[in-house]
Design a protein around this ligand. Sequence first.
Ligand code: ZN
Length: 427
Amino acid sequence: MAPVTGAGEEMHALVERLYPLCRSITGDGVRATLDIVGEYLPLRVHEVPTGTQVLDWTVPQEWNIRDAYVADASGRRVVDFAASSLHVLGYSVPVRARMELSELREHLYTLPEQPSLVPYRTSYYAPRWGFCLAQETLDAMEEGEYEVCVDSTLADGHLTYAEHVVPGQVADEVLVSCHTCHPSLANDNLAGIAVAVFLARALAETAPWYTYRFVFAPGTIGAITWLARNKERIDQVKHGLVLACAGDRGPLTYKRSRRGDAGIDRAVRHVLRDSGRPHSVEEFTPYGYDERQYCSPGFDLGVGSLSRTPYARYPEYHTSGDDPGFVSPEAMADTLDVCREAFSVLDRDRRYVNLSPYGEPQLGRRGLYDSLGGRSDAKQAEMAMLWVLSMSDGEHGLLDVAERAGLPFDTVAAAADALHASGLIKA
Ligand code: ZN
Protein backbone atom coordinates (compact mmCIF):
# COMPACT_ATOMS: atom_id res chain seq x y z
CA MET A 1 0.00 0.00 0.00
CA ALA A 2 1.53 3.32 -1.07
CA PRO A 3 2.05 5.84 1.74
CA VAL A 4 -0.10 8.97 1.79
CA THR A 5 2.15 11.66 0.26
CA GLY A 6 3.12 14.37 2.71
CA ALA A 7 0.96 13.00 5.50
CA GLY A 8 3.84 12.86 8.01
CA GLU A 9 4.57 16.58 7.68
CA GLU A 10 0.89 17.50 7.78
CA MET A 11 0.32 15.39 10.90
CA HIS A 12 3.30 17.01 12.57
CA ALA A 13 1.96 20.45 11.70
CA LEU A 14 -1.36 19.50 13.32
CA VAL A 15 0.46 18.36 16.47
CA GLU A 16 2.28 21.70 16.63
CA ARG A 17 -0.98 23.60 16.24
CA LEU A 18 -2.76 21.67 18.97
CA TYR A 19 0.21 21.61 21.35
CA PRO A 20 -0.22 24.96 23.17
CA LEU A 21 -3.89 24.40 24.06
CA CYS A 22 -4.74 23.59 27.67
CA ARG A 23 -6.85 20.47 27.35
CA SER A 24 -8.40 18.57 30.23
CA ILE A 25 -11.26 16.10 30.64
CA THR A 26 -13.69 18.99 30.12
CA GLY A 27 -13.56 22.65 29.14
CA ASP A 28 -12.80 25.07 26.36
CA GLY A 29 -9.36 23.60 25.61
CA VAL A 30 -11.09 20.42 24.44
CA ARG A 31 -13.55 22.46 22.37
CA ALA A 32 -10.74 24.49 20.79
CA THR A 33 -8.95 21.23 19.97
CA LEU A 34 -12.08 19.80 18.33
CA ASP A 35 -12.56 23.08 16.41
CA ILE A 36 -9.13 22.60 14.84
CA VAL A 37 -9.70 18.89 14.18
CA GLY A 38 -13.02 19.98 12.63
CA GLU A 39 -11.11 21.94 10.00
CA TYR A 40 -9.73 18.61 8.77
CA LEU A 41 -12.80 16.40 9.27
CA PRO A 42 -16.47 17.15 9.76
CA LEU A 43 -17.19 16.33 13.42
CA ARG A 44 -20.33 15.70 15.36
CA VAL A 45 -19.63 17.31 18.74
CA HIS A 46 -21.52 16.03 21.79
CA GLU A 47 -21.96 18.06 24.98
CA VAL A 48 -22.97 15.94 27.99
CA PRO A 49 -24.13 17.89 31.05
CA THR A 50 -22.39 17.79 34.42
CA GLY A 51 -24.10 15.29 36.72
CA THR A 52 -25.11 12.88 33.94
CA GLN A 53 -24.81 9.30 35.12
CA VAL A 54 -22.57 7.32 32.78
CA LEU A 55 -22.21 3.64 33.69
CA ASP A 56 -20.72 3.68 37.22
CA TRP A 57 -19.49 7.29 36.87
CA THR A 58 -20.88 10.80 36.86
CA VAL A 59 -19.90 13.57 34.42
CA PRO A 60 -17.90 16.03 36.57
CA GLN A 61 -18.03 19.79 36.73
CA GLU A 62 -16.44 21.60 33.82
CA TRP A 63 -13.02 23.15 34.36
CA ASN A 64 -11.80 26.27 32.60
CA ILE A 65 -8.67 28.27 33.20
CA ARG A 66 -7.60 31.70 32.03
CA ASP A 67 -4.35 32.38 33.87
CA ALA A 68 -2.15 30.98 36.62
CA TYR A 69 1.20 32.03 38.02
CA VAL A 70 3.57 32.19 40.95
CA ALA A 71 5.22 35.61 41.21
CA ASP A 72 8.11 36.65 43.41
CA ALA A 73 8.30 39.77 45.59
CA SER A 74 9.35 41.87 42.59
CA GLY A 75 6.26 40.71 40.67
CA ARG A 76 8.25 38.53 38.26
CA ARG A 77 6.38 35.36 37.29
CA VAL A 78 8.65 32.47 38.18
CA VAL A 79 6.01 29.93 37.11
CA ASP A 80 3.65 31.02 34.34
CA PHE A 81 0.75 29.12 32.80
CA ALA A 82 1.08 31.35 29.74
CA ALA A 83 4.44 29.70 28.99
CA SER A 84 3.10 26.13 29.20
CA SER A 85 -0.23 24.58 30.06
CA LEU A 86 1.68 21.94 32.04
CA HIS A 87 2.53 24.48 34.74
CA VAL A 88 -0.85 24.24 36.42
CA LEU A 89 -2.12 21.12 38.18
CA GLY A 90 -5.01 20.00 35.96
CA TYR A 91 -8.42 20.80 37.50
CA SER A 92 -6.85 23.21 40.03
CA VAL A 93 -9.48 25.03 42.06
CA PRO A 94 -9.14 28.83 41.99
CA VAL A 95 -6.80 30.55 44.43
CA ARG A 96 -5.42 34.04 44.99
CA ALA A 97 -3.04 34.32 47.93
CA ARG A 98 0.32 35.38 49.24
CA MET A 99 2.37 32.82 51.09
CA GLU A 100 5.85 31.89 52.18
CA LEU A 101 7.78 29.44 50.01
CA SER A 102 7.67 26.90 52.85
CA GLU A 103 3.86 26.90 52.67
CA LEU A 104 3.78 27.07 48.87
CA ARG A 105 5.98 23.98 48.55
CA GLU A 106 3.05 21.68 49.42
CA HIS A 107 1.45 22.81 46.16
CA LEU A 108 4.50 22.43 43.94
CA TYR A 109 5.23 19.34 41.84
CA THR A 110 8.67 18.66 40.36
CA LEU A 111 10.71 15.77 39.02
CA PRO A 112 13.89 15.67 41.15
CA GLU A 113 15.31 12.89 38.95
CA GLN A 114 14.74 14.93 35.77
CA PRO A 115 15.44 18.42 37.11
CA SER A 116 15.02 20.31 33.84
CA LEU A 117 11.58 18.87 33.00
CA VAL A 118 8.11 19.99 34.08
CA PRO A 119 5.81 17.12 35.15
CA TYR A 120 2.18 16.67 34.04
CA ARG A 121 -0.14 16.27 37.02
CA THR A 122 -3.90 16.40 37.54
CA SER A 123 -6.35 16.22 40.40
CA TYR A 124 -9.71 15.56 38.77
CA TYR A 125 -11.61 14.16 41.68
CA ALA A 126 -9.98 15.75 44.76
CA PRO A 127 -10.29 19.57 44.98
CA ARG A 128 -6.73 20.92 45.02
CA TRP A 129 -4.65 23.59 43.45
CA GLY A 130 -1.02 23.34 42.45
CA PHE A 131 1.79 24.15 40.09
CA CYS A 132 4.18 21.94 38.17
CA LEU A 133 7.67 23.20 37.52
CA ALA A 134 11.23 22.11 36.85
CA GLN A 135 13.22 21.16 39.93
CA GLU A 136 15.84 23.60 38.63
CA THR A 137 13.29 26.42 38.81
CA LEU A 138 12.35 25.48 42.35
CA ASP A 139 15.99 25.30 43.39
CA ALA A 140 16.48 28.85 42.17
CA MET A 141 13.51 30.20 44.19
CA GLU A 142 14.59 32.08 47.29
CA GLU A 143 12.82 31.90 50.63
CA GLY A 144 10.28 34.67 51.12
CA GLU A 145 6.77 35.57 50.14
CA TYR A 146 5.18 34.69 46.78
CA GLU A 147 1.98 35.69 45.12
CA VAL A 148 -0.03 32.78 43.76
CA CYS A 149 -2.94 32.97 41.34
CA VAL A 150 -5.02 30.29 39.68
CA ASP A 151 -7.76 32.03 37.72
CA SER A 152 -9.92 28.99 37.04
CA THR A 153 -13.57 28.03 37.18
CA LEU A 154 -15.08 24.74 38.25
CA ALA A 155 -18.77 24.88 37.53
CA ASP A 156 -21.65 22.90 36.13
CA GLY A 157 -21.16 22.66 32.40
CA HIS A 158 -20.47 19.84 29.97
CA LEU A 159 -18.13 17.07 28.96
CA THR A 160 -17.29 17.44 25.29
CA TYR A 161 -16.45 14.68 22.84
CA ALA A 162 -16.71 14.29 19.09
CA GLU A 163 -17.32 11.64 16.46
CA HIS A 164 -16.54 11.38 12.78
CA VAL A 165 -18.00 8.61 10.66
CA VAL A 166 -16.57 7.28 7.41
CA PRO A 167 -19.54 5.45 5.86
CA GLY A 168 -18.95 1.90 4.68
CA GLN A 169 -20.80 -0.60 2.52
CA VAL A 170 -22.16 -2.28 5.66
CA ALA A 171 -23.42 -0.83 8.95
CA ASP A 172 -21.01 -2.96 11.01
CA GLU A 173 -18.46 -0.66 12.55
CA VAL A 174 -14.78 -0.33 13.30
CA LEU A 175 -14.14 2.02 16.21
CA VAL A 176 -11.04 4.20 16.31
CA SER A 177 -10.63 5.99 19.61
CA CYS A 178 -8.13 8.47 20.95
CA HIS A 179 -7.98 10.59 24.08
CA THR A 180 -8.20 14.36 23.94
CA CYS A 181 -7.65 15.27 27.59
CA HIS A 182 -3.91 15.85 27.85
CA PRO A 183 -2.61 19.42 27.72
CA SER A 184 0.73 20.26 26.07
CA LEU A 185 2.00 16.73 25.44
CA ALA A 186 2.77 15.66 21.87
CA ASN A 187 3.13 11.89 21.83
CA ASP A 188 0.45 11.41 24.49
CA ASN A 189 -1.77 12.08 22.67
CA LEU A 190 -1.64 14.71 19.93
CA ALA A 191 0.16 12.25 17.67
CA GLY A 192 -2.70 9.77 18.18
CA ILE A 193 -5.23 12.45 17.29
CA ALA A 194 -3.26 13.45 14.18
CA VAL A 195 -2.93 9.84 12.99
CA ALA A 196 -6.67 9.31 13.55
CA VAL A 197 -7.50 12.41 11.49
CA PHE A 198 -5.36 11.35 8.54
CA LEU A 199 -6.54 7.76 8.83
CA ALA A 200 -10.15 8.92 8.51
CA ARG A 201 -9.27 11.00 5.46
CA ALA A 202 -7.40 8.12 3.82
CA LEU A 203 -10.25 5.66 4.52
CA ALA A 204 -12.80 8.00 2.97
CA GLU A 205 -10.99 7.63 -0.36
CA THR A 206 -11.22 3.82 -0.36
CA ALA A 207 -15.01 3.25 -0.17
CA PRO A 208 -14.43 0.89 2.79
CA TRP A 209 -16.43 -2.22 3.58
CA TYR A 210 -16.92 -1.40 7.24
CA THR A 211 -18.24 1.85 8.60
CA TYR A 212 -15.43 3.54 10.52
CA ARG A 213 -16.38 5.55 13.60
CA PHE A 214 -13.73 7.86 15.05
CA VAL A 215 -14.20 8.95 18.66
CA PHE A 216 -12.23 11.89 20.07
CA ALA A 217 -12.97 11.87 23.80
CA PRO A 218 -11.26 12.55 27.10
CA GLY A 219 -9.56 9.50 28.61
CA THR A 220 -11.56 7.21 30.92
CA ILE A 221 -14.58 9.43 31.61
CA GLY A 222 -14.98 10.22 27.89
CA ALA A 223 -14.82 6.59 26.77
CA ILE A 224 -17.18 5.65 29.60
CA THR A 225 -19.57 8.39 28.51
CA TRP A 226 -19.42 7.21 24.90
CA LEU A 227 -20.05 3.60 25.96
CA ALA A 228 -22.97 4.63 28.20
CA ARG A 229 -24.57 6.50 25.31
CA ASN A 230 -23.95 3.71 22.78
CA LYS A 231 -24.75 0.70 24.93
CA GLU A 232 -27.85 -0.22 22.94
CA ARG A 233 -26.02 -0.31 19.62
CA ILE A 234 -22.68 -1.64 20.83
CA ASP A 235 -23.17 -4.96 18.98
CA GLN A 236 -22.59 -3.02 15.78
CA VAL A 237 -18.93 -2.46 16.78
CA LYS A 238 -17.08 -5.42 15.30
CA HIS A 239 -13.49 -4.23 15.69
CA GLY A 240 -11.65 -1.32 17.21
CA LEU A 241 -8.33 0.34 17.81
CA VAL A 242 -7.16 2.80 20.45
CA LEU A 243 -4.41 5.11 19.19
CA ALA A 244 -1.99 6.51 21.75
CA CYS A 245 1.69 7.44 21.81
CA ALA A 246 1.63 7.14 18.03
CA GLY A 247 4.49 9.46 17.10
CA ASP A 248 7.75 8.76 18.98
CA ARG A 249 10.72 7.25 17.18
CA GLY A 250 10.50 3.83 18.87
CA PRO A 251 9.21 0.68 17.14
CA LEU A 252 5.48 -0.10 17.06
CA THR A 253 3.80 -1.93 19.92
CA TYR A 254 0.42 -3.58 19.58
CA LYS A 255 -1.53 -4.51 22.66
CA ARG A 256 -4.11 -7.19 22.07
CA SER A 257 -7.76 -6.93 23.03
CA ARG A 258 -8.90 -8.74 26.17
CA ARG A 259 -10.19 -11.50 23.88
CA GLY A 260 -6.69 -11.89 22.48
CA ASP A 261 -7.76 -13.40 19.14
CA ALA A 262 -10.19 -10.78 17.88
CA GLY A 263 -10.08 -9.84 14.21
CA ILE A 264 -8.10 -6.67 14.95
CA ASP A 265 -5.55 -8.68 16.95
CA ARG A 266 -4.96 -11.00 14.04
CA ALA A 267 -4.99 -8.27 11.38
CA VAL A 268 -2.46 -6.01 13.12
CA ARG A 269 -0.20 -8.91 14.04
CA HIS A 270 -0.25 -10.13 10.43
CA VAL A 271 0.57 -6.69 9.02
CA LEU A 272 3.39 -6.10 11.50
CA ARG A 273 4.88 -9.53 10.98
CA ASP A 274 4.56 -9.48 7.21
CA SER A 275 6.07 -5.99 6.91
CA GLY A 276 9.33 -7.00 8.57
CA ARG A 277 9.17 -3.90 10.80
CA PRO A 278 10.69 -4.21 14.25
CA HIS A 279 7.69 -4.39 16.56
CA SER A 280 6.24 -6.14 19.57
CA VAL A 281 2.84 -7.62 20.30
CA GLU A 282 1.77 -7.63 23.92
CA GLU A 283 -1.01 -9.30 25.86
CA PHE A 284 -3.97 -7.36 27.21
CA THR A 285 -3.78 -5.77 30.65
CA PRO A 286 -6.64 -3.88 32.32
CA TYR A 287 -4.51 -0.73 32.46
CA GLY A 288 -3.27 1.74 29.86
CA TYR A 289 -5.68 3.76 27.71
CA ASP A 290 -9.35 3.38 26.85
CA GLU A 291 -9.04 -0.20 25.64
CA ARG A 292 -9.60 -0.96 29.33
CA GLN A 293 -13.12 0.51 29.02
CA TYR A 294 -13.96 -0.97 25.61
CA CYS A 295 -12.66 -4.39 26.71
CA SER A 296 -14.38 -4.35 30.13
CA PRO A 297 -16.18 -7.72 30.43
CA GLY A 298 -19.71 -6.34 29.95
CA PHE A 299 -18.70 -4.98 26.53
CA ASP A 300 -15.72 -7.22 25.71
CA LEU A 301 -15.20 -5.54 22.36
CA GLY A 302 -12.45 -6.65 20.00
CA VAL A 303 -10.48 -3.45 20.58
CA GLY A 304 -6.69 -3.41 20.67
CA SER A 305 -4.28 -0.56 21.15
CA LEU A 306 -1.53 0.62 18.83
CA SER A 307 1.37 2.68 20.15
CA ARG A 308 4.98 3.18 19.34
CA THR A 309 6.68 3.24 22.75
CA PRO A 310 3.90 2.46 25.24
CA TYR A 311 2.95 4.83 28.07
CA ALA A 312 5.40 5.26 30.94
CA ARG A 313 8.21 3.47 29.08
CA TYR A 314 9.99 6.58 27.81
CA PRO A 315 11.61 9.14 30.09
CA GLU A 316 9.74 12.04 28.44
CA TYR A 317 6.37 10.43 29.33
CA HIS A 318 4.05 12.90 31.11
CA THR A 319 6.70 15.61 31.14
CA SER A 320 7.56 18.74 29.18
CA GLY A 321 10.04 16.52 27.30
CA ASP A 322 7.05 15.14 25.36
CA ASP A 323 7.01 18.14 23.04
CA PRO A 324 6.57 18.34 19.25
CA GLY A 325 10.29 17.63 18.79
CA PHE A 326 9.81 14.29 20.52
CA VAL A 327 7.48 13.07 17.76
CA SER A 328 8.52 12.76 14.12
CA PRO A 329 6.66 13.01 10.80
CA GLU A 330 8.23 9.70 9.73
CA ALA A 331 7.05 7.84 12.85
CA MET A 332 3.51 9.18 12.53
CA ALA A 333 3.45 8.28 8.82
CA ASP A 334 4.61 4.78 9.72
CA THR A 335 1.87 4.39 12.35
CA LEU A 336 -0.65 5.64 9.79
CA ASP A 337 0.53 3.10 7.21
CA VAL A 338 0.15 0.19 9.62
CA CYS A 339 -3.38 1.31 10.55
CA ARG A 340 -4.36 1.59 6.88
CA GLU A 341 -2.91 -1.81 6.09
CA ALA A 342 -4.55 -3.48 9.09
CA PHE A 343 -7.93 -1.97 8.23
CA SER A 344 -7.50 -3.01 4.63
CA VAL A 345 -7.06 -6.58 5.91
CA LEU A 346 -10.21 -6.33 8.06
CA ASP A 347 -12.12 -4.85 5.14
CA ARG A 348 -11.20 -7.63 2.71
CA ASP A 349 -11.21 -10.60 5.08
CA ARG A 350 -14.07 -12.74 3.70
CA ARG A 351 -15.02 -16.37 3.87
CA TYR A 352 -15.47 -18.11 0.56
CA VAL A 353 -16.82 -21.48 -0.51
CA ASN A 354 -14.98 -23.48 -3.15
CA LEU A 355 -17.57 -24.30 -5.84
CA SER A 356 -15.36 -27.01 -7.36
CA PRO A 357 -14.20 -28.82 -4.23
CA TYR A 358 -13.84 -32.35 -5.65
CA GLY A 359 -10.23 -32.52 -6.77
CA GLU A 360 -8.36 -29.45 -7.88
CA PRO A 361 -10.12 -27.41 -10.52
CA GLN A 362 -8.15 -26.91 -13.72
CA LEU A 363 -6.69 -23.46 -13.38
CA GLY A 364 -4.97 -23.40 -16.79
CA ARG A 365 -8.24 -24.00 -18.66
CA ARG A 366 -9.65 -20.90 -16.96
CA GLY A 367 -6.70 -18.71 -17.86
CA LEU A 368 -5.70 -18.35 -14.22
CA TYR A 369 -2.08 -19.38 -14.84
CA ASP A 370 -1.78 -16.99 -17.78
CA SER A 371 -2.91 -14.16 -15.55
CA LEU A 372 0.22 -14.78 -13.49
CA GLY A 373 2.60 -14.66 -16.46
CA GLY A 374 5.46 -12.23 -16.02
CA ARG A 375 4.71 -11.51 -12.41
CA SER A 376 7.82 -11.68 -10.26
CA ASP A 377 5.76 -13.34 -7.54
CA ALA A 378 4.01 -15.75 -9.92
CA LYS A 379 4.90 -18.79 -7.84
CA GLN A 380 3.61 -17.13 -4.67
CA ALA A 381 0.43 -16.06 -6.46
CA GLU A 382 -0.12 -19.63 -7.69
CA MET A 383 0.38 -20.96 -4.16
CA ALA A 384 -2.11 -18.38 -2.90
CA MET A 385 -4.74 -19.65 -5.36
CA LEU A 386 -4.19 -23.23 -4.26
CA TRP A 387 -4.42 -22.25 -0.60
CA VAL A 388 -7.60 -20.23 -1.13
CA LEU A 389 -9.20 -23.16 -2.96
CA SER A 390 -8.05 -25.57 -0.28
CA MET A 391 -9.32 -23.55 2.67
CA SER A 392 -12.50 -22.11 1.17
CA ASP A 393 -14.85 -24.38 3.08
CA GLY A 394 -16.99 -21.60 4.51
CA GLU A 395 -15.18 -21.89 7.85
CA HIS A 396 -11.96 -20.04 7.10
CA GLY A 397 -11.47 -16.44 6.05
CA LEU A 398 -8.70 -15.02 3.89
CA LEU A 399 -6.66 -13.96 6.91
CA ASP A 400 -6.77 -17.58 8.12
CA VAL A 401 -5.48 -18.57 4.68
CA ALA A 402 -2.67 -15.98 4.76
CA GLU A 403 -1.55 -17.09 8.21
CA ARG A 404 -1.71 -20.82 7.53
CA ALA A 405 0.04 -20.43 4.18
CA GLY A 406 2.59 -17.92 5.47
CA LEU A 407 1.72 -15.60 2.59
CA PRO A 408 1.07 -11.84 2.54
CA PHE A 409 -2.62 -11.03 2.92
CA ASP A 410 -2.56 -8.90 -0.25
CA THR A 411 -1.39 -11.86 -2.33
CA VAL A 412 -4.12 -14.07 -0.88
CA ALA A 413 -6.80 -11.44 -1.40
CA ALA A 414 -5.69 -10.94 -5.01
CA ALA A 415 -5.85 -14.71 -5.59
CA ALA A 416 -9.35 -14.79 -4.13
CA ASP A 417 -10.39 -11.96 -6.46
CA ALA A 418 -9.11 -13.90 -9.46
CA LEU A 419 -10.82 -17.12 -8.36
CA HIS A 420 -14.04 -15.26 -7.66
CA ALA A 421 -13.96 -13.61 -11.08
CA SER A 422 -13.61 -17.01 -12.73
CA GLY A 423 -16.54 -18.42 -10.74
CA LEU A 424 -14.56 -20.95 -8.72
CA ILE A 425 -15.43 -19.54 -5.31
CA LYS A 426 -18.33 -17.59 -3.87
CA ALA A 427 -18.48 -15.36 -0.82
ZN1 ZN B 1 -1.15 10.09 29.54
